[in-house]
Write a protein that binds this ligand. Structure first.
Ligand code: USQ
Length: 385
């Protein structure tokens, strides 16, 4: 299949590109290095050195004989995106091309505006590029579980049947996000649903929880193929941060009471899920929404897991409940349905002690590169508090 991966330089985009190329698909990646630039601007660089896309594709080719086509360009610029669609004629487009950090989106006006314009602009352009240049193309879009927020009812997979005054209808599940970044994903979903029902597009919107992990099959062969692994407060997700903190001897930064529950998944399972979505495309006029995570944890449970395994390995892991920089519920009901991807064949990699130990060992090899000044949260949701 011809697969176009937008945001192909990212933590998810790059491993997806290698995985799909290794499986024999014709892969083109497009990226404007926005995340790299923001990381540099905010002193949030990744733990491992991160060769640019051309260098990584050359290395991947030297190791596997497989090629990945690279376009350095901006998906929020319709002319640039159209050109890629016209020339490459994708059968599937995987859309990761968004500013992915909640803290960055809450940093100030410029960061919020960039997040809104980039994320909505890129999604709008992808929809139009498909309509104009590749109407049969299946869009696999990365949404987020954070779109739903933390409602006091069970979370369904995208849709909810409502009975009102004796009549029934099905609607998008209510969404109330906890950051501007997450809100852009809510707006994306609305935009997508409008174009799907009006123009018969084919879209799978994956509501993904926070991802953790470093290696996938391809990067196990050479560390220079690792994706950007962040542990700072802006781009680092909570599990990856805790692993680095444990190795660096910094007390794990549990925000507030630590009862915040989310659905988590291993990076290896992101690849499986995206493949399953691609291999099982939806019909024209269908918006399929799948909740993409394998296990639910509170932040306290994650901290306990990393502390338990770290201490067995001889690390002295402390846990510190610090003032929560975010505005979010710290104790709440959370029960999200996630049967769709399992029904399609997902075989989860769970967060066992062994998996945590392997991740800690991998991070330990990069211990000297850890910058302890990147760990404390710098962005507060309520700056006027
Ligand atoms: N948290 C801590 N300590 C930390 C970092 C985070 O307690 O040092 C807490 C947060 O307050 C939050 C939870 O851990 O309650 C998850 O935070 P996170 O930073 O791992 O995840 P989040 O900001 O929600 O965003 C990440 C990705 C984003 C993706 C999202 C999925 O950056 O791109 O959409 O996970 S979800 O959270 O399900 O919306």
């Amino acid at each position: 299949m011809r697969v176009l991966i937008l945001g192909g330089d990212g933590y998810l985009g790059w491993p997806t590109a290698m995985d799909m190329a290794a499986k024999g698909h014709e892969v083109c990646v497009m990226d404007n290095y926005m995340r790299r630039n923001i990381a540099r601007e905010t002193c949030s660089e990744a733990l491992m050195p991160n060769p640019n896309l051309h260098d990584r594709c050359d290395l991947f080719h030297a190791l596997t004989g497989k090629r990945i086509q690279v376009v350095i360009g901006d998906c929020a610029d319709y002319r640039q995106l159209s050109k890629v669609f016209i020339e490459f004629q994708p059968e599937t487009v995987i859309h990761y091309a968004e500013q992915p950090s909640a803290p960055y989106s809450m940093r100030g006006f410029n960061e919020a505006q960039l997040t809104l314009n980039n994320n909505l602009g890129a999604t709008f352009n992808v929809l139009w590029a498909v309509m104009e240049h590749a109407p049969e193309c299946h869009i696999v879009k990365l949404g987020t579980m954070g779109e739903y927020g933390t409602p006091n009812i069970d979370i369904e997979e995208g849709w909810l049947e409502i009975e009102h005054n004796g009549r029934k209808d099905k609607f998008l599940f209510p969404r109330q996000a906890g950051s501007l970044y997450h809100t852009t994903k809510v707006l994306d979903t609305d935009l997508i649903w409008f174009y799907v029902r009006t123009h018969n597009l084919r879209v799978t919107d994956l509501m993904q929880g926070p991802v953790y992990g470093l290696y996938t099959k391809e990067s196990e062969a050479d560390d220079r193929l690792l994706p950007n692994f962040h542990y700072d407060d802006i781009f680092g997700t909570v599990v990856n941060r805790f692993l680095v903190q444990a190795v660096a001897g910094v007390p794990l930064t549990v925000y507030g009471k630590g009862g915040q529950t989310r659905g988590y998944l291993n990076l290896k399972d992101t690849l499986q899920c995206v493949n399953l979505a691609m291999e099982n495309p939806v019909k024209p006029g269908e918006l399929r929404i799948l909740n993409q995570f394998t296990e639910q944890f509170t932040v306290n449970q994650l901290a306990e897991k990393v502390q338990h395994v770290g201490n067995i390995m001889g690390l002295d892991v402390q846990v510190n409940n610090i003032d929560n920089p975010r505005k979010e519920m710290e104790e709440h009901y959370y029960n999200a349905n996630h049967s769709g991807l399992l029904d399609l064949g997902l075989k989860p990699h769970y967060m066992t002690d062994e998996v945590v130990a392997q991740m800690l060992e991998s991070v330990m090899r990069y211990k000297n590169g850890i910058d302890r000044t990147k760990i404390e949260p710098r962005v507060r949701w309520e700056r006027l508090k």
